[in-house]
Every structure is written in C-alpha cells, then in structure tokens.
Unconditional design. Structure first.
Length: 371
C-alpha cells in the first residue's frame, strides 16, 4: 500500500499550492468541448477544471460559470482566447463573476491580471515560446501553460520536452506542461522537466463526460501517435487536428467555397450572438489574410458541430493531440484522475535509485544479478 505521505510527495507542487487543488492536473480549456459537467468533474476529482469559453456567447458563458458553481465548491478556471470573436467579452464576464482562475491566450492580458488580483483570482497565460512566456510573467501572470508541439489545437513549433525545461530556467513563476501527456508517466516526466503540473485535452474529451459523439470517441481509440495533422489551413494559425478524411481535405484545399462560407456566416452570427452586419464589418476590417483565416475558422466550426452531433466521421473534424495514441479506453474523469496518480506513484517507484551493497547506483528498473 502507498502511504499517505508518499502520495502527498507525489502531487504536492507549486501548482497545487497556487490554485489550492489536490492534484497538479488541469483539463485544457477546450472551446465547445470543456463544458460545465467536465469542468466540475475534474475539480471534484482533485484537479482544476477549466471552462472553454472560446468564441461562445458571453451570456452563455455567464450561465456556464454559475452552473459550474452549482456542481462544485472546488476551485475552477476559464479559458478565453482574446483574438477570437467574443474572447475579450468572455474574459470580462469571468472577471465580473470572479472566477478563481483565468487562462488567456492569443493576446495581451495585463488588464486581466490587474482586475483578477484585486479579488484574489489567479491568472495563467497559454504560451508556446520563450518570449511569450517572459511577456506573460512581466504582465504579472501567476503561471504559464506551455503548449508543446505535440498538443492539440494551436500548438507551437517547440516540443514539450524542450519548451518546459527552458521555461523553468528563465521564469520565476510556475510552468504547466501541455502536449503529449495522457498518463501518470507523462505527469512524472513533466515534473522532472521542471513543470509544476500538467494540462491535458485529448485525454479528457475521451471520457464518459466528454461531449463528443460516441463515434469520435471510438475513432480516437483506433488511432496512433502519428494520426494527427498540423497545418495553418484549418483556421489560419498552425493548428493540430485529428487525422480524418475531412481534415485531410481541408488541409489540402487552397481555395474555400466562398458561397458556402457566406451562407454559413448567418448561423455563426447567431451562435456568437453577434449581429450579422457587425460580424461582416469586423471580418472585412481585418485585411485579406485575416479574412481567409476567419473563413477557414467558420468552416472548421461548422465541421466541429457535425462532430458533436451526427458523429459523421467523413464530414466532421476535431482537435486532437499526438497523445491520442496513448489512449486506449473511455473511462470517467474520476477514474482518469485516480489512475493518473496511481501511475505517477508507480513511475516514481520504478525510477527510484537503487543502491547495491557494492555501492553501485542503478536507476530505473531493478537489475538482479544472477546467482
């Protein structure tokens, strides 16, 4: 049996102390995926659940925050990508609702830090390189999420195994590792690299609480670590998606169907609760390159809706990290959390230094001498 003290040693980190949580584990704040039931399940299991506000309607975001509070009394967070439509507005809602932890990305968040700290809130920025991380620290962030190349969605060019220890060298605030992590071995590895905790997306949407259609969860179990695609052609920013027929078509499409995008724009305006003329005006003001990015983003949103509803594997699309190849079942979030901690404890024991009678130091698996 593992002692209570050993378990505390395994999981007591700068991140658990910063956020007041039991385990240094977060779910990624996946837009249109990390809904209140997922957030509450992660927080109730000892981690930090993070709501994915994305580009959602700010009124709905406020309702989600209040729903989370009805489902858990534990700390939780919210992710607001500032460059997306409604991103800034959702961050403002989070501040008004005094969400304990706010995660921002794709923008300057010093104003978020200033307001959150007034009510005792914590702020973390998602980054994928050293300069962005240093800027976040200078703006007063309490931690950064380091999104390595292996991560789903808007990952960077630097792998987790290099990005995390480099940030641990140059920053004074805690680093949370994201990308390529789906089990307790990954948790221990991240801590060894200097991280204070981990953020996982793919592992959490492949659970009973994950909102994806069952067809997509089952598809994830068939995939290996090479079965993702990384391209700027999904939404204009380098982005990692699950490798499917639809994502391959989109990645290889140089010119989108403008008429189809135009027709879809009305549904997007309704979903975002933005008047259609305002949406068009904002889009046209961005310039040719950004207009194409917004067009691709609208197409991706349409395909994601298919993923969540009909389960059509030929027409839908979803973000997925390379860690999809490490996922082999669809448990509950509570089961995932307990397993992660048990696996981490096992990994620590496996890596414990073994000192033989002759004084030889042996790391890793114990090697027994013959005779």
């Amino acid at each position: 049996m593992t002692s209570v003290s050993a378990r505390r040693q395994c999981v007591n980190t700068s991140i658990t102390e910063l956020f007041g949580i039991k385990y240094p584990i977060l779910n990624a704040g996946m837009g249109r995926v990390a809904f209140p039931n997922m957030v509450a399940a992660v927080s109730n299991a000892g981690g930090l659940g993070v709501l994915g506000a994305g580009s959602g309607d700010p009124r709905q975001t406020r309702e989600y925050i209040r729903e989370i509070r009805s489902l858990t009394d534990k700390p939780f967070g919210i992710n607001a990508p500032l460059a997306l439509p409604n991103g800034r507005e959702n961050a403002i809602v989070a501040l008004e609702e005094k969400v304990p932890v706010i995660n921002y990305s794709m923008g300057k968040g010093d104003w978020i830090v200033k307001t959150a700290h007034k009510y005792g809130g914590k702020v973390m920025a998602s980054v994928n390189d050293v300069k962005l991380a240093q800027r976040a620290e200078a703006h007063g962030c309490d931690a950064v999420i380091a999104a390595g190349h292996e991560a789903a969605g808007h990952a960077g060019e630097i792998g987790t195994f290099v990005l995390v220890p480099r940030l641990a060298e140059v920053l004074k605030i805690p680093v949370i590792a994201a990308g390529g992590i789906a089990n307790g071995d990954g948790l221990v590895a991240a801590l060894a690299l200097g991280a204070g905790g981990v953020s996982m997306g793919t592992r959490f949407w492949t659970t009973k609480e994950g909102p994806m259609h069952q067809n997509w969860k089952n598809k994830a179990l068939e995939l290996d670590v090479q079965d993702t695609l990384f391209s700027p052609r999904f939404d204009g920013i380098p982005c990692r998606q699950m490798k499917t027929a639809a994502s391959e078509r989109m990645m290889n499409t140089k010119m989108l169907n403008v008429w189809e995008i135009f027709l879809n724009s009305f549904a997007i305006a309704r979903e975002l609760n933005i008047p259609w003329p305002t949406l068009v005006k904002q889009t046209l003001s961005l310039g040719p390159r950004q207009i194409e990015s917004m067009m691709r983003m609208s197409k991706m949103m349409q395909m994601h809706t298919i993923t969540m509803t009909t389960g059509d594997l030929d027409k839908g699309m979803t973000a997925s990290g390379q860690s999809v190849g490490l996922i082999h079942d669809l448990p509950s979030i509570a089961e995932v959390m307990e397993r992660l901690v048990a696996e981490a404890e096992s990994a620590q024991r496996r890596l414990a230094v073994q000192i033989s009678e002759s004084g030889t130091v042996k790391c890793g698996r114990v090697v027994r001498a013959a005779g």
